[in-house]
Design a protein around this ligand. Structure first.
Ligand code: PLP
Length: 377
């Protein structure tokens, strides 16, 4: 199998699976329990928190485990809206955020909030200037992702943080860093970001575990899940110890030789871009900087057909966010692509394991598809 969909999810290294199995079998205590088995589980959770916080450059106590990136996004948005309820009801986000951000924003619209959706330019980028223009006295939240999951574009989160500070805005800044963590520089504490979402399964960790960074002096953040008061009262629910340990193990593994891994992914991306663009009718989509995501279009050839055809040959790729399951993606639509280009969008995403041989196989299969299938009119 040739796996070129690392932005959807990543393979789980054996060492991560072993760590999780060990916890499931031998360290199954409830971290809230007082006896040694419970205390051991609690220590395991805190050790994992220290590892992940170390990679993010923040205090361990600023990091709260959640069930996934989606939960982190929903929590951040709901909590920020609540926090600013006496200031106003205006939110700024981008038209190309993940559904985990857009859908809670739409829910808030139904509840009377006004949301400004910033549109990217034709290359897929958003500028801090657009945020400056949209910012109002009653803005309570700015939510901008670090790396777009469909184009790989890097958004200027540090500049936006600086802008909010300069303008003396009371708006909280949330960043969905699910695609950016351990792929591009990511420093919420240094940048002055208030809330940042992470997810383990994009970096070789298990599915079903994420985290939300909360700026340490942000007091009384409203929990999304209320209950037994775990995670310092901010996120109730018995800690998912095996997933948490797996998350930390994945982070530790990724950090080993990280610069070389990122340089490798960037080389693979450049190689892939060069090979695919040499096929007549293939054009680039957006100008993403992230080392692991490349979007192109086989203009006029419906991407669902390409994905099925290549899938049957053991090559996994996608047409954008996995959540759309074949439906046209809002993200690519926002780039203003014409109909035939939009229909043929393909997203390739790479990991440290991807080889040039994988790209050669993709190239051959795509060329075969183009030469043997009809395009749409
Ligand atoms: N945000 C972005 C940018 C993503 O790419 C994803 C997953 O595709 C998510 C959020 C949701 O993360 P999770 O799958 O952990 O819920």
């Amino acid at each position: 199998m040739i796996y070129l969909d690392h932005a959807a999810t990543t393979p789980l290294p054996e060492a991560v699976a072993d760590t999780m199995y060990d916890v499931l079998r031998h360290q199954f205590g409830n971290p809230s329990a007082q006896y040694p088995l419970g205390r051991e589980a609690k220590e395991l959770v805190e050790e994992a928190r220290r590892t992940i916080a170390g990679a993010l450059g923040c205090q361990p106590s600023a990091l709260h485990f959640t069930s996934c990136g989606t939960e982190s996004d929903n929590w951040a948005i709901r909590a920020a809206a609540w926090q600013g309820r006496h200031t106003g009801r205006h939110i700024i986000t981008t038209a190309v955020e993940h559904s985990a951000v857009l859908e809670p924003c739409r829910q808030l619209e139904q509840e009377g909030y006004e949301v400004t959706y910033l549109k990217p330019d034709r290359t897929g980028h958003i500028s801090a200037g657009q945020v400056a223009e949209a910012l109002r006295e009653d803005t309570v939240l700015v939510s901008v992702m670090l790396v777009n999951n469909e184009t790989g574009c890097l958004f200027p989160v540090a500049d936006i943080a600086r802008l909010l500070k300069e303008r003396g805005s009371r708006a909280l800044l949330h960043c969905d860093a699910v695609q950016g963590f351990l792929k591009v520089p990511c420093a919420p504490a240094g940048w002055g970001v208030d809330l940042m979402s992470l997810s383990a399964h994009k970096i070789g960790g298990p599915k079903g575990i994420g985290a939300l960074y909360v700026r340490p002096d942000l007091r009384n953040l409203r929990p999304l899940l209320a209950g037994g008061g775990q995670e310092e009262g901010l996120r109730s629910g018995t800690e998912a110890t095996a997933q948490i340990a797996g998350f930390a193990k994945a982070v530790a593994l990724r950090q080993e030789g990280l610069e070389e891994k990122l340089a490798h992914m960037a080389r693979i991306k450049a190689y892939c871009r060069e090979r695919l663009l040499s096929i007549p009718g293939v054009v680039p989509v957006g100008g993403g900087e992230a080392p692991h995501i490349l979007a192109v279009s086989l203009v006029g050839y419906p991407s669902a057909n390409v994905i099925n055809d290549l899938g049957s040959q053991g090559i996994c790729l996608s047409a954008g966010s996995a959540c759309h399951r074949g439906k046209a993606s809002r993200g690519y639509a926002a780039l203003g692509l014409d109909k035939r280009t939009a229909a043929g969008v393909l997203r390739l995403s790479f990991g440290p394991e991807t080889t040039e041989g994988d790209i050669d196989a993709l190239y051959e299969a795509l060329l075969r598809h183009k030469n043997t299938r009809f395009s749409m009119l």
